[in-house]
Design a protein around this ligand. Structure first.
Ligand code: LLP
Length: 391
C-alpha cells in the first residue's frame, strides 16, 4: 500500500466515521503470494498464521483462503478461527496458561496439536484427554535461550523468560509424555521473539535446534514436526519502500542452517510479517494546539485504538492524507485519552496540518485493532477493507 494509494482513498474515507482501521487486501494478497513463493518450494513446510497479530474476520478469511493454518493462544482464538473457516486440524494451540475449558475445547474440536509449555500443563492435558477418551497430540515448546535483537518486552526465547521448557528438561519431559497413554509426542516448538530484522537471530535458533535434534537422536527419540515460531519484523520507518518483508532472506536462513531429518515437517508461525504493512489506522485531526515549545496535532484516535507507541515506544510512520503539498513542520501527534503516554509520535514531520485533515498511522495491521481497549468508555475502532469501499 503506497501513500499515493491511500491518498486516492481519501474521498471514500471521508464518508465514514473516524478513527478506523483500513486493511489493504491487495497488499495482503501480494504478501501471501510472496510467502507461498518461498514455502511452496519445500515439501513439508507449513505456515500457521499467528492469529494474535490480527483476528479481523475479513483478514482471517483471506488468510485461510490463502492456504495457511492458524497458531492460536486462547480458546477465544480457536473459536474465532473455526468461525472463519479454518479447519480444526490446521490449528495449533500455544500459551503458558491454558485453562481447562480451553484444553477441553481444543480436544473436542480436534486441533492439530498443543504446544505445551510445562510439565504441569502436560499432566493436565493428559488427564483431561483421558477423561474425554481422546489422545492429545503434543509438541513441547523448548526455551532455546537464544537472544533476539528486539524490544525487551517482545523477547521470548531467553532463559529468564516465562515461556517454554528448559533445554535441560527436554528429554525428561518427552520421556514422561511417552509413558502417558492419552498423549502422543509429535514435535518441538520454539519462538525467540518478535519484530526481528537480523537474520543471525534466526540462524542462532537453527543452530540450537540442530544441537537439540542430535541430542534426541542419540536418545532414539524421533521428532515429526519442528515449529520455529514467528518473529520476522517489518519496516515501520519506510512502509512504502518495503511493503513486503524480506521473506526470501528469512526462509533462506532456515534452508541454509536448519538440518531437518527426512520426512520431518517444518512449521512457521508468522504474524506481524503477514498483516503488519497492510493495515493503517485512519484518524482525523481535531485540533492543532500551539504550546510554548511545541505544536500538537490532537487526533481522534488514541492509545485505546493503537497501543503500541504507548506500550513499547513503537514508531509508526504518520502521514497527512489531506495535505501533502506544503513544506513540513514538526508536530507531536497525540490522542484524546487522559494519559501522557497517549502519544503517537514526537517531533513528527508533517505538512501543515489543520482541523479536519485525515491522517494515516501506517504499519498498524499487526497488534493494532486486536489490542484495542475500551478505556475511557470509548468505542472499539471499526475496520474496513478495500472491498467495503468498492460496494
Ligand atoms: N508464535 C508465538 C509462540 C508467539 O508468541 C508469537 C508472538 C508469534 C508466533 C508471532 O510473532 P510475530 O511473527 O508476529 O512476531 N504485541 C507485540 C508483539 C507480541 C508478540 C507475541 N508473540 C507488538 O505489538 O509488537
Amino acid at each position: 500500500m503506497t501513500k499515493g494509494l491511500l491518498q486516492d482513498m481519501r474521498e471514500r474515507f471521508e464518508q465514514v466515521q473516524t478513527p478506523f482501521y483500513y486493511y489493504d487486501t491487495q497488499l495482503l494478497a501480494e504478501t501471501f503470494a510472496a510467502i507461498r513463493c518461498e514455502t511452496d518450494k519445500h515439501e513439508g513446510w507449513h505456515m500457521h498464521y499467528a492469529v494474535k497479530a490480527c483476528a479481523n474476520p475479513k483478514v482471517l478469511q483471506k488468510i485461510q483462503q490463502a492456504g495457511f493454518g492458524a497458531d492460536c493462544v486462547s480458546g477465544g482464538e480457536i473459536r474465532t478461527c473455526l468461525e472463519n473457516g479454518f479447519p480444526a486440524g490446521e490449528i495449533v494451540f500455544a500459551g503458558v496458561g491454558k485453562a481447562d475449558w480451553e484444553i477441553e475445547l481444543a480436544l473436542e474440536v480436534g486441533i492439530q496439536y498443543f504446544n505445551v509449555e510445562s510439565l504441569p500443563e502436560l499432566e493436565v492435558i493428559a488427564e483431561i484427554a483421558e477423561r474425554m477418551g481422546k489422545v492429545a497430540d503434543v509438541s513441547f515448546r523448548i526455551n532455546p535461550d537464544v537472544g533476539a535483537h528486539t524490544h525487551a518486552h517482545i523477547t521470548t526465547g531467553r532463559a529468564e523468560n516465562k515461556f517454554g521448557i528448559a533445554r535441560e528438561e527436554m528429554v525428561r519431559v518427552i520421556r514422561t509424555s511417552q509413558l502417558m497413554p492419552s498423549v502422543r509426542f509429535v514435535g518441538l516448538h520454539f519462538h525467540i521473539g518478535s519484530q526481528i530484522l537480523q537474520m543471525d537471530d534466526f540462524e542462532a535458533l537453527c543452530l540450537r535446534i540442530n544441537g537439540l535434534q542430535e541430542q534426541l537422536e542419540a536418545e532414539g527419540i524421533a521428532v515429526k514436526n519442528i515449529n520455529v515460531g514467528g518473529g520476522l519484523g517489518i519496516d515501520y520507518e519506510n512502509p512504502d519502500q518495503h511493503p513486503l518483508p524480506d521473506f526470501k532472506a528469512y526462509f533462506d536462513t532456515y534452508v541454509r542452517h536448519l538440518k531437518l531429518r527426512p520426512g520431518q515437517h517444518l512449521h512457521f508461525e508468522l504474524g506481524r510479517a503477514v498483516v503488519g504493512q497492510c493495515g493503517s489506522l485512519i484518524t482525523r485531526c481535531l485540533y492543532v494546539k500551539k504550546a510554548a515549545t511545541k505544536q500538537f496535532v490532537i487526533v481522534d484516535a488514541g492509545m485505546t485504538d493503537l497501543i503500541r507507541p504507548a506500550l513499547y515506544g513503537a514508531h509508526h510512520h504518520i502521514e497527512n492524507l489531506s495535505n501533502s503539498t506544503s513544506s513540513n513542520r514538526k508536530y507531536d501527534v497525540v490522542g484524546p485519552i487522559c494519559e501522557s503516554s497517549d502519544t503517537f509520535a514526537k517531533d513528527c514531520l508533517l505538512p501543515e496540518t489543520k482541523r479536519g485533515d485525515l491522517l494515516a498511522i501506517r504499519s498498524a495491521g499487526a497488534y493494532g485493532e486486536i489490542m484495542a481497549s475500551r478505556y475511557n468508555c470509548r468505542e472499539l475502532p471499526k475496520a474496513y477493507t478495500m472491498e467495503d469501499f468498492q460496494s
